[in-house]
Design a protein around this ligand. Structure first.
Ligand SMILES: O=c1ccn([C@@H]2O[C@H](COP(=O)(O)OP(=O)(O)O[C@H]3O[C@H](CO)[C@@H](O)[C@H](O)[C@H]3O)[C@@H](O)[C@H]2O)c(=O)[nH]1
Ligand SMILES: O=P(O)(O)OC[C@H]1O[C@](O)(CO)[C@@H](O)[C@@H]1O
Length: 458
């Protein structure tokens, strides 16, 4: 089987990834790489091509202007587009979609690039795969990651660009052959808002695995914070999220700043992007500057760390250090489509507090390693933090649940279930194809109903 993943946003490259290097370099890249690295271990997979876009930007790395980048024996990244183009955020990508669609069609016309399935990430990637003429089209599987309509519902500013995005998402939901989403909330609440009646029968809920944390211990995390905290022995309240308003980091910082009892109980550490790479005037720069102002205004230098840069080792070390310190991970997002960081915290044995909007509800119901609060109630978050920090037996109970959850967080189950979906689509396509239609490498077919065993079809 030859799998094609398409993801246009952010800085996609062979690991290690610098998450937060741009606002679009976050969870969906962790997802695509985690999925591909697990899928390549399945014996029926011969080859995986990850298609992204080409751009030239020295600050972001010369590799993004390289057409072909090998990741492993079976995985290759292919970049579409002319050499030397500028990097742009996903909101500005729409002007490039016709050229990228053309480049994809040319790639797929090459006999050595005929995949069995295209798994597209975000609706812009879906529009590329759907631009292939119907008679030649390979099955297309769509994973939305984050939906514009939810941005609108959770207070995002209505703009023509957001409405364009919602229109593109509606086409992607309507015209792709299947959807793979991460949670029941996405399937039951987020997708139905688009009013596409056929979505229900083709949506598969398959939980992703946890992005593998680098192999460093808690000591590394403690070392990373050296000199930044006056009482480094205190438990950590840790938050890791891209600096965007919807992640609601300012609410966490404000309630911490206004609660001296909380400051005596625990230190606050917020990892939020690579500050030196942010452009003045952007949403991300605004969020970081608000956090810095909060820290200065309340003189929190010794108990609130806001590191300006970090590596994947630092992220792994901090999760483990927070767990060892008796601390807690907080995701205060106004709405979270899924929430990979809650899985990362679980894999480090760290209890969490998250908000009851979106994916975290499913994740916590399944793993049971934390508490849910409303994003509209800073007081509820404050009380939950005190409750966790004051009650070692509750913390211990949640930490045990986190450790027990680790085996459930494997990407292997995701790989098996996603491949079952791909195969069932290839079989359908094969049944419907005119004589002479070839399904690429000739997939072994599965028994009906097999896909439903591993993922939920709704
Ligand atoms: O400064 C940062 C910020 C994030 N991260 C990492 O980047 C990833 C971010 O994941 P997450 O916070 O879940 O998501 P988003 O970047 O917002 O990604 C989108 O896509 C994800 C995968 O589908 C979903 O889990 C999210 O809900 C959705 O918003 C995680 O591995 C973080 O550890 C960093 O390393 N440093
Ligand atoms: O906030 P939005 O516009 O829904 O975008 C979600 C973001 O999450 C990501 O998936 C993180 O990788 C980005 O690609 C995207 O910018």
């Amino acid at each position: 089987m030859h799998i094609l993943h398409i993801a246009l946003g952010g800085c996609l490259r062979a690991p290690p990834i610098t998450y937060g290097i741009t606002p679009d370099t976050g969870g969906h890249i962790a997802y695509v790489l985690g999925a591909a690295l697990a899928q390549e271990r399945c014996p029926e997979v011969d080859r995986i091509t990850i298609v992204t876009r080409r751009f030239s930007n020295e600050r972001l790395g010369a590799v993004h202007d390289q057409e072909i980048e090998p990741v492993s024996d079976k995985i290759t990244i292919v970049r579409l587009g002319a050499p030397g183009g500028p990097y742009c955020e996903k909101e500005a990508l729409s002007a490039q979609l016709p050229a990228l669609s053309y480049a994809l069609r040319r790639l797929l016309a090459r006999p050595d690039y005929r995949p069995d399935v295209a798994h597209v990430h975000f609706a812009d990637a879906a529009s590329l795969a759907l631009s292939v003429p119907k008679s030649e089209r390979i099955p297309v599987v769509y994973t939305p990651h984050a939906l514009g309509i939810d941005k609108l519902h959770s207070g995002g500013a209505a703009s023509p660009a957001l409405y364009d995005r919602i229109a593109l998402e509606t086409c992607a939901i309507r015209d792709t052959d299947a959807l793979i989403v991460s949670t029941r909330d996405e399937a039951d609440c987020q997708i139905p808002r688009y009013g596409v009646s056929t979505a229900r029968g083709k949506t598969h809920i398959i939980s992703p695995g946890v992005p593998a944390l680098n192999d460093v211990d808690a000591e590394h995390g403690a070392g990373f914070l050296k000199g930044k905290l006056t009482h480094p022995e205190r438990p950590l309240i840790l938050a890791i999220a891209r600096p965007v308003e919807k992640k609601n980091l300012a609410t966490l910082a404000t309630l911490y700043a206004q609660d001296t009892a909380l400051q005596r109980k625990a230190n606050l550490v917020i990892l939020s992007g690579q500050h030196t790479l942010l452009h003045p005037g952007t949403e991300e720069a605004g969020v970081v500057s608000k956090l810095k102002q909060m820290r200065a205004r309340y003189s929190l230098d010794g108990c609130f760390a806001l590191p300006s840069s970090h590596s994947p080792d630092d992220v792994a070390g901090l999760y483990r250090h927070a767990a060892a310190s008796g601390g807690v991970f907080v995701n205060p997002a106004r709405h979270e489509p899924f929430g990979l960081t809650l899985l990362e915290a679980a894999s480090a044995g760290l209890p969490v507090i998250a908000t009851n909007q979106g994916g975290p509800v499913d994740i916590l119901n399944r793993l049971g390693h934390g508490l849910l609060v409303s994003p509209d109630s800073p007081d509820a978050l404050r009380l939950a933090l005190h409750r966790l920090l004051d009650r070692p037996e509750l913390r211990q109970h949640l930490a045990t649940a986190a450790r027990r959850a680790a085996p459930l967080l494997d990407w292997e189950a995701y790989a098996r279930a996603s491949i079952a979906v791909y195969r069932s689509l290839a079989r359908k396509k094969h049944d419907l194809a005119p004589r002479g239609f070839a399904t690429g490498s000739g997939l072994p077919l599965i028994e009906p109903g097999h896909a439903a065993l591993s993922g939920t079809v709704i």
